[in-house]
Design a protein around this ligand. Structure first.
Ligand code: BG6
Length: 506
């Protein structure tokens, strides 16, 4: 990416004292600074409720960098130079004074820099504050320049279709869509971006990327972590809202989308919306057969006892919130007609891994004798997003020896082996894109609504029908048995990689 480092940029972070800034935003900005992607003139203006001095705030954020930055502990000189650009201004989001202080700061920076800066308003606050901040920015004329003023909105974007629509209406009434950057951090992940490169930069894939060759697709995003200190948020979210509506459906779009005619943000996003619009809607009677929910109970993970979901802090002891979801989708278009897309996600699972598995159809006619094909497996393409970053194509090969015995081997592209160097964090990519004004990796309003629309029948059904068997999976397992049944009824198994050997298990 070519950046114009002479264009000043001002980041305004609402919620600067929060966890997101501490863990993600500030370490990402610091890494961009280290890697010389920050402009020559920049400032980071933090807003939060609690009073703190600049020094306190800088010390707190340095601790975050030292704990979470992929480049390790900050060196003193670089941090000093970087953090000089950072100030903290406490203020209530409801109070006009908060915005007049901000306006004055922007005017001072503009004067000092002798040039109008790009101003990026980052809403790292709970979603109920989005409308309030947006309205104040408008009232104080702080975001009127479409070419220079941008708003970054964290997820969740709404809690259902109606609220997402209302938020879109409000934001699009105040600003231009080109100013709104709805974050889904999965889209900034290196391996996720590579799905587009892999699919559309290699001519050998397109002829087989369809229902004629692909039997089914699996998208699995599993986490060992529980909900930790986020119980009060998670109770109202659940796995569907927290992971499926955004990250998983975005991954599905990248696998299933048609070829864009160019790499312009709207062209790429149009093709993704096409996928969401082609997805088969769920009728109430289909839900039981195609969607499975789960909630974890206690267990042991890596030698440590972990509590069940209902015992987590700020969680109802009779909670009906799902911490696991598995769903079978269909995409009703020419490319994918009849190809099931199975997705699953869960907390407190046996392993943390995000993997897309594309299983190809079997050979049309078997020429090998039974004795040769004991370990026979159909071709599979495994895109491993994390923790391993790789793409592996599983093919059959003859095992060396005097007899004809076949087994499955992997042709592997592994990031570590090929590139060696560390990849940027998703937030680095996304923050750089906001400075550049590139919306390709951000969700457009219609995309968010289309994703909610698909899930609304399931959300409604799960909310209104209390699960009678929760909790229904132990921590450190692969989720409820019904999730196995969902895929086994079609004759398939969930794919999993052994973390140590990278050998296929299923
Ligand atoms: C977030 C969810 O969006 O993504 C979390 O709110 C989840 O619950 C996280 O743990 C997973 O992200 P990653 O990058 O760790 O896979």
């Amino acid at each position: 990416m070519i950046i114009d480092r002479s264009q000043p940029v001002l980041f305004v972070i609402f919620g600067a004292t929060g966890d997101l800034n501490w863990r993600k935003i500030n370490p990402a900005l610091y890494n961009l600074y280290l890697d010389k992607f920050m402009p020559e003139q920049f400032a980071i203006y933090g807003n939060g409720r609690s009073p703190r001095s600049n020094e306190d705030m800088r010390a707190h954020l340095l601790e975050g960098v030292n704990t979470f930055s992929r480049q390790g502990k900050a060196d003193e000189t670089s941090w000093q130079l970087f953090s000089e650009n950072m100030t903290y201004h406490p203020g209530d989001l409801k109070d006009d004074k908060t915005y007049t202080t901000l306006a004055k700061y922007i005017a001072d920076c503009t004067k000092k820099w002798g040039k109008d800066p790009i101003v990026i308003y980052y809403m790292a606050v709970s979603y109920e504050f989005f409308p309030l901040i947006a309205q104040h920015l408008k009232d104080h004329k702080l975001a009127d320049d479409v070419s220079r003023h941008r708003l970054v909105i964290e997820k969740p974007f709404g809690k259902d279709l109606d609220s997402a629509r209302a938020l879109n209406q409000l934001l699009c009434g105040l600003f231009d869509e080109s100013q709104i950057y709805r974050i889904d951090h999965y889209l900034g992940k290196e391996t996720v971006q590579n799905i587009l490169a892999f699919r559309f930069a290699n001519s050998i894939l397109e002829p087989i990327w369809n229902r004629n060759y692909i039997q089914h697709v699996q998208i699995s995003v599993t986490e060992q972590l529980g909900v930790g200190g986020r119980g009060s948020y998670y109770e109202h979210a659940g796995a569907l809202r927290d992971m499926v509506q955004n990250h998983i459906l975005q991954l599905l779009c990248l696998v299933a989308m048609e070829t864009p005619i160019n790499f312009q943000a709207d062209e790429v996003r149009n093709r993704k919306v096409d996928v969401l619009r082609s997805m088969r809607p769920f009728k109430p009677e289909d839900i039981k057969k195609n969607a499975v929910r789960g909630q974890y109970s206690e267990g042991w993970i890596e030698g440590e006892k972990v509590t069940g979901y209902r015992e987590e802090v700020q969680v109802d002891t009779q909670s009906n919130t799902e911490t696991f979801a598995a769903i079978k989708f269909f995409i009703d278009n020419w490319r994918w007609d009849g190809v099931p897309f199975y997705v699953r996600t869960g907390k407190r699972m046996h392993q943390s891994a995000s993997i897309i598995s594309i299983q190809f159809r079997d050979v049309p006619h078997m020429v090998f004798p039974d004795a040769a094909i004991d370990n026979w497996r159909q071709n599979r393409l495994i895109i491993s997003i994390q923790p391993e970053m790789s793409i592996r194509l599983q093919v059959q090969a003859k095992r060396p020896g005097l007899e004809m015995v076949l087994n499955t081997v992997d042709m592997v592209f592994n990031y570590d082996g090929t590139y060696g160097s560390e990849s940027p964090e998703a937030y680095e990519t996304l923050l750089l894109d906001t400075m550049e004004g590139d919306q390709t990796l951000f969700m457009r309003g219609d995309q968010v609504e289309a994703a909610w629309q698909i899930l609304m029948p399931i959300l409604h059904s799960w909310e209104t029908k209390k699960s009678i068997d929760f909790p229904n999976y132990n921590a450190n397992t692969w989720g409820p048995e019904t999730a196995e049944a969902l895929i086994a009824q079609d004759g398939f198994h969930w794919y999993s990689i052994s973390p140590t050997s990278h050998q296929t298990k299923s």
